[in-house]
Design a protein around this ligand. Structure first.
Ligand code: CA
Length: 400
């Protein structure tokens, strides 16, 4: 629902929030968990311009799980109050510079499920391995996913160790084909009881908000281990998420009709409401030794074949219980053009088309010291642009 909190004319008494292009204007109000050098207690805050406002007055706790468990109406009310407190004309409050905050994971994540919702990614990857038959027969009938591992989800900025694993029969060693996957992360809201599926028209009430997600992947380990049960150690060594939860309410102006399906889906996956999200995602790579990062791709969440409500309706269709703080990954967000490819496997076509970042600096896969940074934003005529902050990770070598 679009309301007064989305009014593009609304300004904050925090000057940096009114700067054009700022990720965190008063129309955004993302939530995160932070602590400071002089107060080690984790607490909930909202990002505004270059600052954080302690939001403990409205949301208590050391994680956002309690907030995520609230009904949509209650979450909307909290947004209204935060907006009022930060609007021009309201009494100034104490702010903490973002630069002095240590951001923590937004939630205690119980379960993590990774989807495969981009038909462009599925087609690209499928055609590398099965040129005649890139899409498997189930693709247009259900949103394919696997269960990931929550114990290795880390917040942006955490260094990522290059994994070792089996690379073939009788071969164990450090992965030589380390990759990132550009994904949208989705934190779930109140959840459902075991045995009670979520109807698709009620599924959006289960979305607490979204973030940037990097599903780090070791392609050589993956290629050897994945049949017949799917990804395992190639993907569960690290998953990075951005610290700020962009709430479902903040995304209200950026919901768009989903892409057309040429194959009809079963009724439990059919929705009458606009449920796709218009979010632009970008990948920046700072190769070891380079002074700054270069943008290497950008893609659009609206190009996903499956919407988030379809993922939720499908996930719970067998009665599987979803809980507040559970995390979904969209799967690599790729698009129709080469510049839209959301991982190096696609961008360099399995290493056959290396990426030249600067004269003499070429990448097929990630090397030690490389830093991958994701960013994201929503913009639409008549509304204020909102940004996601960033999700970064630098690769360091594992034990030899
Ligand atoms: Ca993935």
């Amino acid at each position: 629902m679009i309301d007064e909190t989305h009014d593009p004319g609304l300004e904050s008494w925090v000057d940096s929030a009114n700067r054009p292009g700022c990720d965190f204007p008063i129309q955004n109000l993302p939530l995160g968990v932070f602590r400071t050098p002089d107060n080690g207690q984790p607490r909930i805050g909202t990002a505004i311009g270059d600052f954080v406002l302690d939001a403990s007055e409205w949301i208590r706790g050391e994680t956002l799980n309690g907030y995520m468990a609230l009904a949509q109406q209650e979450r909307r009310e909290i947004r209204r109050q935060l907006s009022k407190a930060l609007a021009k004309g309201s009494e100034r409050r104490e702010l903490i510079p973002q630069a002095s905050c240590e951001m923590l994971l937004p939630a205690a994540i119980g379960d993590y499920t990774d989807f495969y919702a981009s038909i462009h990614h599925a087609t690209n990857v499928g055609s590398m391995f099965r040129p005649d038959n890139p899409l498997l027969p189930n693709y247009k009938h259900l949103p394919v996913a696997y269960h990931g591992r929550s114990s290795t989800i880390v917040v942006s900025g955490t260094p990522v160790q290059r994994p070792s694993g089996q690379l073939g029969a009788g071969v164990f060693g450090a992965s030589k084909e380390l990759d990132y996957e550009l994904e949208l992360g989705i934190f779930l809201g109140p959840g459902n009881r075991l045995g009670e599926p979520v109807a698709i028209e009620a599924a959006s009430e289960q979305i607490a908000g979204v973030c940037l997600l990097n599903d780090w992947s070791a392609r050589d380990i993956q290629r050897w281990e994945y049949q017949p049960l799917g990804p395992f150690l190639a993907k569960n060594f690290a998953t990075s998420v951005s610290p700020w939860l962009i709430t479902w309410e903040a995304l209200a102006p950026f919901r768009v009709p989903p892409v057309e399906h040429d194959t009809p889906v079963l009724p439990y996956l059919q929705s009458q409401s606009e449920t796709a999200l218009d979010i632009t995602l970008e990948v920046w790579l700072r190769a070891a030794g380079m002074p700054r990062a270069t943008r290497i791709s950008s893609s659009h969440v609206r190009d996903l074949y499956w919407t988030v409500p379809q993922m939720i309706a499908h996930h719970s269709s067998n009665g599987c219980a979803l809980r507040p703080g559970d995390l979904l990954g969209s799967g690599t967000v790729s698009g129709p053009e080469k510049s839209n490819r959301g991982c190096l496997l696609e961008l360099t076509w399995k290493g056959a088309e290396p990426l030249e970042l600067a004269p003499g600096i070429v990448r097929r896969f990630l090397e030690n010291g490389d830093e991958v940074v994701f960013s994201g934003y929503c913009e639409r005529d008549g509304f204020r642009r909102i940004g996601f902050g960033s999700c970064s990770g630098m690769i360091f070598p594992g034990p030899q």
